[in-house]
Design a protein around this ligand. Structure first.
Ligand code: PMP
Length: 446
């Protein structure tokens, strides 16, 4: 690969990386023997530019967040304009146009009935807020009816992922969510088996038999049911049947349980619908949004709920919802989120996602026949290869960098979720790199 000239000298790179290795935590890696980190100097469009000179085609959108590519002029301008007025003001007792405009957009775009918006700092926090809303709602309902509060637990499905904070972690898959380590401190909830019927397969109501039984047997204890709609992401890039989600809505209605849908990964077009709930034509009672809300510029999340939930909470003993982060409604984040949503709607996102899906169906799906592969699947702009063995992260990452792409596999999964502006040629380069590493034994564990 041709290396570009960069502004960070090799000796500066070495000393930065040495400090990083010794003192800086990175996600999901050991502090004593960390996986390597690559030093980035800049990023532009679909490219991540390493300080060592390699220019990489980004297949990850920086964990589903960078929707329109890096360093986008419209998003940069929105940030600069907002910064020239104010970057942040407290949201207690103060409000501003950027937050108001954003909430207006979110209410208009999300499924019907979600009319009240709570802005927060990150996806995990938006899940904490959703869970707290559900619990506070049930508290207020019991108080109003003058009955004992029994609805204090959550119901979810295995293979789920909802974030790394404690309430969110308590509804993550019990194995991959590290429930063993935190068993004594995590809230105990109910888990149904993960959906098994895949998106596009023949539906059978058998898939919700155990879930229905859990609702029937425990509904008096259950405040809310939480699920990632259509795509179980971190739990294995599993695309499940929309009828499953429809059945969840029906069960929640039948048993007076709130439906929380975590659209943090799937929102804003990723699955081919603006929100994945639309595949099942349902509206949840509470929705969580995050990741690409700001086009990948700044952390921001939102939890939307129905007017009924908001009013019930407000009529309860506390007379308000008990949450209020310092950076709630951050003006810079809201301004760039407004610009990102405008860009998404202007850019004909459906055509962008369909284009990516068609190319991946043509090129990535055939890798299903590779001897190392269990399954290759595509939905919207998400492409996943499930391998028989775990990947050797350090080695496969090194090879991807040598091949000029940025793809970060985990477990048995090599997946891509590129920025929507990616060209067919760049997608071909991503898939070719995946096909190349599949042939290399040392990229996989034994
Ligand atoms: N829910 C889902 C479905 C996610 O994919 C993630 C992030 N991977 C989260 C919640 C947590 O979001 P954050 O990392 O912003 O806290």
């Amino acid at each position: 690969m041709n290396k570009k000239q960069t502004n960070i000298t090799p000796s500066e790179q070495n000393s930065l990386l040495r400090f990083d290795k010794e003192h800086v935590w990175h996600p999901y890696t050991s502090m004593s023997e960390p996986l390597p980190s690559y030093l980035v100097e800049s990023a532009q469009g679909v490219h991540i530019n390493l300080a060592s000179g390699e220019q990489l085609i980004d297949g990850m959108s920086s964990w589903w967040s960078v929707l329109h590519g890096y360093n986008h002029p419209k998003l940069n301008a929105a940030l600069q304009e907002q910064a020239s007025k104010m970057s942040h003001v407290m949201f207690g007792g103060l409000t501003h146009q950027s937050a108001i405009n954003l909430c207006e957009k979110l209410i208009a775009l999300t499924p019907d009935g979600l009319d009240k918006v709570f802005l927060s700092d990150s996806g995990s926090v938006s899940v904490e807020v959703a869970i707290k809303m559900a619990l506070q709602y049930q508290h207020a309902v019991a108080e109003k009816k003058q009955t004992r509060l029994t609805k204090t637990k959550l119901l979810t499905v295995k293979n789920g992922y909802h974030g790394d904070t404690f309430a969110a972690m308590s509804v993550c898959d019990p194995v991959t969510g590290m429930h063993q380590i935190f068993e004594q401190v995590l809230m105990q909830h109910y888990f149904a088996p993960a959906p098994t019927i895949k998106f596009g397969e023949q539906w059978s109501a058998d898939d919700v038999t155990e879930l229905s039984a859990l609702f029937a047997n425990h509904h008096t204890e259950i405040a809310a049911f939480i699920i990632e709609p259509i795509v179980q992401g971190t739990g294995g890039m599993r695309f499940y049947h929309p009828e499953y989600l429809k059945a969840c809505r029906v069960l929640c209605n039948e048993y007076d349980v709130l439906l929380i849908v975590d659209e943090i990964a799937t929102g804003f077009g990723r699955t081919g619908k603006l929100f994945a709930c639309e595949w099942a034509d349902i509206s949840p009672d509470i929705i969580c949004l995050g990741k690409t809300l700001t086009g990948g510029y700044i952390t921001l999340a939102a939890t939307l709920c129905t007017t009924h939930i908001a009013e019930t909470i407000s009529e309860g003993v506390a007379s308000c919802f008990m949450h209020g982060p310092t950076f709630m409604g951050n003006a810079l984040a809201c301004a760039v989120a407004n610009a990102s949503i405008e860009l998404l709607l202007e850019n004909d996102w459906q055509a962008q996602v369909q284009g990516i899906e068609a190319t991946l169906n043509k090129l990535l799906t055939p890798l299903k026949n590779h001897s190392r592969v269990v399954d290759a699947r595509v939905l919207g702009s998400i492409g996943a290869i499930e391998c028989k063995q775990n990947v050797n992260v350090a080695q496969i990452q090194k090879r991807f960098v040598e091949l000029g792409v940025w793809i970060r596999p985990f477990g048995t999964l090599i997946y891509i979720i590129p920025p929507l502006i990616i060209t067919t040629e760049q997608l071909v380069a991503l898939v070719n790199a995946i096909a190349t590493v599949l042939d290399e034994d040392n990229c996989f564990s034994k």
